[in-house]
Design a protein around this ligand. Structure first.
Ligand code: HEC
Ligand code: HEC
Length: 332
């Protein structure tokens, strides 16, 4: 091949790559990538811990109680129910795709999944245990002693290993292959006309200024009530709790819109019961825009295309307690 032809061929290849890359490079939303780079043994241990209610004082509440993986990683309640049927202060966000968040919690007070995972175990309103007690329960279970040793290569269980494992499992909870992602990747038939019009409205109205990237959220903290105030039913004030800055009052982590038709009810106080209501509130309070009934339905139709493949795996079989395992205290 002459140098000239070789250059021409390379140019052509570059052009083709650019064209296919441009299919979604120009869009504010990118497809969810299938999970890669997980430590399988660590994630498998994390899966057990995620489903194990013995990490709670009652022996009844697991991570899955409030982040039910059969229900989009949420509890579908306005606010969660914690130890002793306590009413939680805030809506439980989904754990699906949470590895893509800049920080965890509505106010971002945990920098990452590992830091987050210790929180609920020791939260008196959630699992109401202590890290020390949780570890002593695990240390009393022969099956866990073996598992931890196999995974970490040394003896002993501590909360650091527990949260490492749970965070690794959570990394696997991504939801690729939604109809919208298939459309982004070039399958024109993956969404219908109403859904496509809804996406254009979403984009052109300004929703994507905050709900962008692969998770369509999770990357920034934004004020709830930009154009008009939101009268929340929860005392939570958002990011100000972390930074102490007055300008951060009522700024919340922008929630992901992935799988949003499974993660009702909506907003940090769980006050919007339907997507129709959430879209109406967002239009008016964030953008100063009142959508017609038809436009609202188009945006909702688009939001329905964001549900991807849900995590699918075999339910873990938890190693049985031993005679030395501290007894659960469900009613204290
Ligand atoms: C009693 C219900 C309950 C239990 C049990 C619970 N959570 Fe949560 N979870 C919540 C609530 C409520 C929030 C939001 C709290 C906030 O933002 O202040 C939350 C937030 C999170 C987040 C942050 C998601 C985001 O987008 O910010 C992750 C991740 C998470 N929980 C994982 C876990 C794990 C792992 C466990 C088990 C160790 C667990 N949760 C146990 C209710 C619960
Ligand atoms: C200025 C940034 C911003 C803009 C623009 C914006 N949103 Fe939001 N969106 C947020 C924040 C912040 C929240 C969480 C508010 C809360 O819980 O108090 C949210 C929450 C939502 C929720 C609820 C998700 C859940 O799980 O609770 C939906 C649905 C939603 N937005 C859709 C839209 C649509 C549709 C548009 C355009 C009409 C839009 N958003 C425009 C920042 C924004």
């Amino acid at each position: 091949m002459t140098l000239h032809r070789k250059m021409a061929r390379n140019l052509m290849i570059t052009a083709i790559i650019t064209v296919s890359g441009a299919l979604y490079a120009a869009e504010p939303v990118q497809p969810i990538e299938p999970v890669k780079q997980v430590n399988l043994a660590l994630a498998e241990l994390g899966k057990k811990l995620y489903f194990d209610p013995r990490l709670s004082k009652s022996g009844f509440i697991s991570c899955n109680s409030c982040h039910n993986l059969s229900m989009g990683g949420t509890d579908n309640l306005k606010t969660s129910i914690g130890h002793n049927w306590q009413q939680g202060p805030i809506n439980a966000p989904t754990v699906l795709n949470s590895s893509m968040n800049v920080a965890q919690f509505w106010d971002g007070r945990a920098p990452d999944l590992k830091a987050q995972a210790g929180g609920p175990i020791a939260n008196p309103g959630e699992m109401a245990f202590t890290h020390k007690l949780a570890v002593s329960v695990l240390e009393s279970i022969p099956g866990y002693i073996t598992d931890f040793k196999l995974v970490f290569g040394d003896d002993g269980i501590d909360i650091d290993k527990v949260t490492d494992a749970i965070a690794e499992f959570e990394k696997t909870l991504v939801t690729p292959n939604s109809p919208f992602d298939r459309w982004l990747l070039g399958d024109q038939q993956a969404i219908n006309d109403q859904q496509l019009t809804g996406y254009q409205l979403f984009k052109n109205s300004g929703c994507a200024a905050c709900h962008n990237g692969p998770a369509m959220g999770g990357t920034s903290f934004q004020k709830m009530g930009v154009v008009a105030p939101y009268h929340a039913k929860s005392p939570a004030q958002g990011l100000v709790a972390v930074t102490g800055k007055d300008a951060d009052r009522f700024k919340f982590k922008v929630p992901t819109l992935r799988n949003v038709n499974m993660t009702y009810p909506y907003f940090h106080d769980g006050e919007a019961e339907t997507l129709t209501e959430a879209v109406d509130v967002m239009g008016r309070l964030q953008l100063g825009k009142k959508f017609s009934e038809k436009e609202n339905a188009q945006i909702v139709a688009f939001l329905n295309t964001l549900t991807g493949d849900q995590p699918s795996f075999q339910l873990p079989v938890l190693p049985p307690s031993s005679d030395n395992t501290p007894q659960p205290k469900p009613f204290d």
